[in-house]
Every structure is written in structure tokens, then in C-alpha cells.
Design a protein around this ligand. Structure first.
Ligand SMILES: [Zn+2]
Ligand SMILES: [Zn+2]
Length: 192
């Protein structure tokens, strides 16, 4: 099947209750706005997770791939861990599994006392991981997009910032749109 066909139907999977049903529907609408022409439908799905506090991100993406299937963005409040290069597990905001079409984001490390900011961060990290599903890569030049914020795919050296500063300087500075270069790639994906 053509890649664009495979990716055109998104399942937004709520794992447990990290956001309300109203917020889930609002996220679905805003994801649709960020991918004009790429997503034909966005279906919201509830998924009951195992009762755990943290999980290796790969295990969660594989479970979603096998038990739900398709093009998925999963939202969880469980802490997502990356085994990384060494023996230490590192917490992540979100990730995409290259072996399938599953991306996940966690509210755990992006939560803010301001609920609006929490939702905005969730959407920005979710759009970023979905961008990877469509073949987009990071850029470190922090290009602005049409809404004035940095492109969703903008990234900076995490180790230079640390978690707290990264959230404020990079994630909060992103907008909700892709820059012209990324949009060109998205259009080519659709046309393939
Ligand atoms: Zn990324
Ligand atoms: Zn971009």
C-alpha cells in the first residue's frame, strides 16, 4: 500500500486517562489543522494500559502496534523511558518507533501548573512525533513557521539545556505549524 494511504488514517489513542475526552477531541481537531492534505480521518480510541508508573517506550509502541494497529499517536501519563546507549534509563517527552507507524507522547514530564500550557506542549510534542511518522527530520536552525513560532520539527541540543530549560526554550517556543521546508516534504509524501 502507498505510504500516504497507510498514514492518512490516524488513530489518536488515549492510554488510561491522561487528558479528558473533551481535550482529546480538541487535540484531534488541532492535529488535523496542522496536517492539511495528509490526514483523511482522525479516530479517537481508548486503550486500557497495564497498571504501571513507567515503561520502556519501545514496549508501549509495540503493544499499541499489535493490539490497536495502524497509524497511531498514543497519549499516556506513564513516564516513557529510553534505554539509550548506556545502562541508565532516560525519561522522554515523546518518541516514535521506526519499526512501525506508532508514536507516543507522555504528559508526565511536560505538565505545567498552567493547564493551557500543558495541553499546548502535549500538542507540540505530538505533532513533532507525527512529523517523524511522515518522514520529517529535525532541524537545528529553528526556522519560523507561518504562525510565527518555531517549526514543530525544531530541535536544539538537549544536553546543553537540561529538561527544564529545554521545555521553556524549545518546546514552548515552537508553534503549531510546520515550516515551508517541512511542508514541501509533507506534500511529496502525499503525492508519492
Ligand atoms: Zn524528534
Ligand atoms: Zn520545519
Amino acid at each position: 500500500m502507498l505510504e500516504s494511504r497507510r498514514l492518512s488514517k490516524l488513530k489518536l489513542v488515549r492510554i488510561g486517562r491522561p487528558v479528558s475526552r473533551v481535550d482529546l477531541q480538541a487535540l484531534a481537531a488541532r492535529i488535523g489543522e496542522a496536517f492539511p492534505g495528509q490526514l483523511d480521518s482522525i479516530q479517537t480510541v481508548d486503550y486500557e494500559p497495564p497498571k504501571i508508573d513507567r515503561i520502556e517506550a519501545d514496549l508501549l509502541t509495540q503493544a499499541l502496534d499489535q493490539e490497536v494497529g495502524g497509524h497511531i499517536l498514543g497519549i499516556t501519563d506513564v513516564d516513557l523511558l529510553d534505554r539509550g546507549a548506556g545502562e541508565f534509563f532516560k525519561g522522554m517527552f515523546g518518541c516514535k518507533d521506526n519499526r512501525n507507524d506508532v508514536a507516543v507522547v507522555s504528559t508526565r514530564r511536560i505538565a505545567s501548573p498552567d493547564p493551557g500550557r500543558s495541553i499546548a506542549r502535549l500538542l507540540k510534542v505530538g505533532l513533532h512525533e507525527l512529523g517523524h511518522n511522515f518522514g520529517l527530520v529535525h532541524h537545528y536552525s529553528l526556522q519560523p513557521a507561518s504562525d510565527g513560532g518555531y517549526c514543530v520539527m525544531a530541535k536544539d541540543d538537549y544536553n546543553r539545556h537540561g529538561e527544564r530549560s529545554y521545555k521553556r526554550s524549545v518546546i514552548d517556543a515552537r508553534g503549531f505549524r510546520f515550516c515551508d521546508a517541512c511542508r514541501t516534504v509533507l506534500r511529496l509524501t502525499r503525492a508519492r
